[in-house]
Design a protein around this ligand. Structure first.
Ligand SMILES: [Zn+2]
Length: 610
């Protein structure tokens, strides 16, 4: 049977492979499900944007009106332990929060449109159809961009379809090991569009109860269920759009895509959210910070202290101001009130002092701060602000503004278009309603935690789909990205197995076919200008039609059947501040395309990794 899939050596395997799969699939589908084809032990359901308080409400019980009669209902009670809090990142947004929960390499930016320091340029991506690492790691999620967009328009319908498909896929998942990971995003879409989240959660409970029954009948044991969410929702209605652009322009700043002058600011904007990120030259940070305290709709403003790696300023709209200091060696924090108490943390400091949890210098550990402030208006704010400006993305903002509930940040067009529908609420801000996601489990008691800690309660979320062993692709890779990957899932993630010789740029390529090829079979690489920008390149060294060809034949020595890492020849000088496309092939008989992706160059013409 194996020859049906891999047989034939010189044809284009990817193209022809589909046709060959069909008879195999039909054959497999006709097989009776045998005892040896067991279903996974556990389903891990990533339920986007569900607040702790909503699940708590359902576990405690709610009274609802049904045809004029009052009825009392509860959900998630049969076999589930009490729900726990899962405090999000700041900003409390999906991509950064899920990435942190799964221990993946940090993303280039908080949003899919972001500012790249190395390129000194705003990079635009399409948020609805670009797939992130945490999404590829799911055994099941909605993949089509069209259907994702539909989730915003018909969230209730999308939700029922997503649950149906999820259950169907789980019951067919006999090739997955112990854990089946699935992501449902229409729970978040529904809340953005004013859907009834409690109704959706009742439906989740019903669906999972039915699945548990069927599972027990088939497998003779209970299905383990773990449900996680990444942030909350402020349920604050449509909200008023903050005029951050015109506010900054009136103060003499220019909203641009590049930072050439201290008066330039970049404000990447995607979707409708309750926070704003600002990228500026550090010299301008103190002035901007004081200014942004007076932005209508602002609540909390944070910044990294220019020139100080681990110090951060937090201010509120009354210009109260405190200094946050982080000691990364023992992961401890100090909160020094310079003027007033912007986070309202005076009681937290007293609480820590009473419990003898403060060092003589006034530092307490991240875990102690977490325990003390878990139920505060701004939970775990010191750690979340510090991580927001350092580790949650590869291009942290210089200034972040957390908005008051009832205000939103969005592009003018997006806000106008969304005015045609009912908008329910959003998230992203630092406060509890935006930030408190949840974890709910039926096989082990859980405890209140955060997106950076939750993996530790579940053995590091083992058995995520290893998409690199099943698909082809490539990405830029660097020592920094490797070091910032907190859960090492593959040999390449771990400097112990795959040491990178220097701080330069590497190309990481994966395909299942590497396992059948000698290590020295070269990968052919072509680098050319992205057509869209070709007209800018008249004076550049690489003419629009020209392409640079490389033959990579010396991968770094480490042990992986499906991955290779190559150092790029240096100097690899392209034209500065430009957009390029890189493609790779294996020349083995007929060429097989492995990957294509776009990248930018910096002012020296070097490729920018993020
Ligand atoms: Zn989310």
């Amino acid at each position: 049977m194996e020859s049906m899939i891999f047989g034939g050596s010189s044809e284009n395997r990817l193209g022809r492979g589909i046709g060959r799969f069909v008879p195999l699939l039909l054959f497999l589908l006709s097989l009776p499900i045998s005892a040896s084809a067991a279903l996974p032990k556990r389903v891990v359901l990533l339920l986007d944007g569900v607040s702790y308080r909503d699940v708590k409400t359902l576990q405690d019980g709610v009274t609802i009106t049904n045809n004029g009669r009052l009825e009392y209902h509860r959900a998630f009670t049969d076999g589930y332990f009490p729900v726990s809090r899962n405090i999000s990142t700041f900003p409390s947004t999906s991509d950064v929060a899920w990435t942190e929960m799964l221990g993946d390499r940090p993303l280039p930016g908080y949003q899919r449109t972001y500012y790249s320091d190395a390129a000194n340029a705003e990079i635009f991506q399409n948020g609805v159809s670009t797939t992130m690492e945490f999404e590829k790691q799911m055994h099941w999620q909605v993949e089509s961009g069209f259907r994702r967009a539909m989730g915003y328009i018909h969230p209730q319908k999308s939700f029922r379809e997503e649950m149906d498909e999820l259950v169907g896929n789980f019951l067919g998942a006999t090739n997955v090991c112990d854990n089946f990971y699935a992501m449902i995003r229409s729970t978040d879409d529904a809340q953005h569009m004013s859907g009834d989240i409690l109704e959706l959660l009742f439906a989740v409970d019903d669906r999972l109860q039915a699945l548990r029954k069927e599972y027990r009948a088939r497998e003779g044991r209970d299905l383990e269920i773990l449900i996680l969410s990444d942030h909350g929702n402020n349920h604050a209605g449509a909200g008023k759009r903050v005029e951050v652009g015109s506010f900054l322009e009136q103060a003499g700043y220019r909203i641009t895509e590049f930072l050439h002058d201290p008066k330039d600011v970049v404000v990447p904007t995607a979707g409708i959210e309750s926070w704003v990120e600002i990228h500026n030259m550090p010299v301008e940070t103190p002035k901007l910070l004081s200014l942004l305290c007076h932005l209508e709709g602002g609540d909390i403003v944070t910044a990294r202290v220019p020139g100080a790696e681990n110090q951060f300023i937090v201010m509120n709209t009354n210009e109260e101001r405190a200094l946050i200091e982080w000691n990364p060696v023992d992961d401890s924090f100090r909160y020094t009130m310079e003027r007033g108490d912007p986070l309202d943390y005076r009681l937290a400091i007293e609480g820590l002092a009473t419990k003898n949890r403060l060092s003589p210098a006034g530092f307490a550990s991240a875990d102690d701060w977490m325990a003390e402030t878990m139920r505060y208006r701004y939970p775990m704010a010191l750690e979340r602000i510090a991580r927001a400006h350092t580790r949650n993305t590869l291009n942290p903002a210089t200034i972040l503004v957390s908005l008051r509930n009832g205000y939103v940040h969005s592009g003018w067009l997006v806000k106008t278009a969304s005015g045609l529908a009912t908008v329910g609420g959003t998230h992203g801000a630092l406060d509890a309603v935006n930030s408190v996601g949840m974890l709910l489990c039926n096989f082990a008691p859980t405890r209140d935690t955060s997106t950076g800690r939750v993996a530790a309660q579940f053995g590091g979320f083992k058995g995520l789909r290893n998409y690199r062993a099943q698909e082809t692709g490539a990405e830029w890779f660097s020592k920094k990205a490797q070091a910032m990957t907190t859960i090492k899932r593959t040999p390449v993630d771990d400097a112990g197995y795959c040491p990178l010789p220097d701080d330069g740029l590497f190309l990481r390529i994966w395909t299942p076919n590497f396992s059948q090829l000698s290590r020295t079979t070269p990968v052919e690489v072509t680098i050319e200008k992205s057509p869209r920008y070709a007209e800018q390149s008249r004076q550049a060294s690489l003419k629009p039609r020209d392409a640079l060809h490389l033959e990579l034949d010396a991968p770094l020595a480490f042990d992986s059947r499906y991955e290779r890492v190559y150092k790029l020849p240096s100097p690899l000088t392209l034209s500065p501040q430009n957009n390029y496309k890189i493609s790779g092939w294996i020349k083995n008989g007929d060429a097989e395309r492995l990957f294509t992706f776009n990248f930018r160059t910096d002012r020296d013409g070097k490729p920018v990794a993020y």
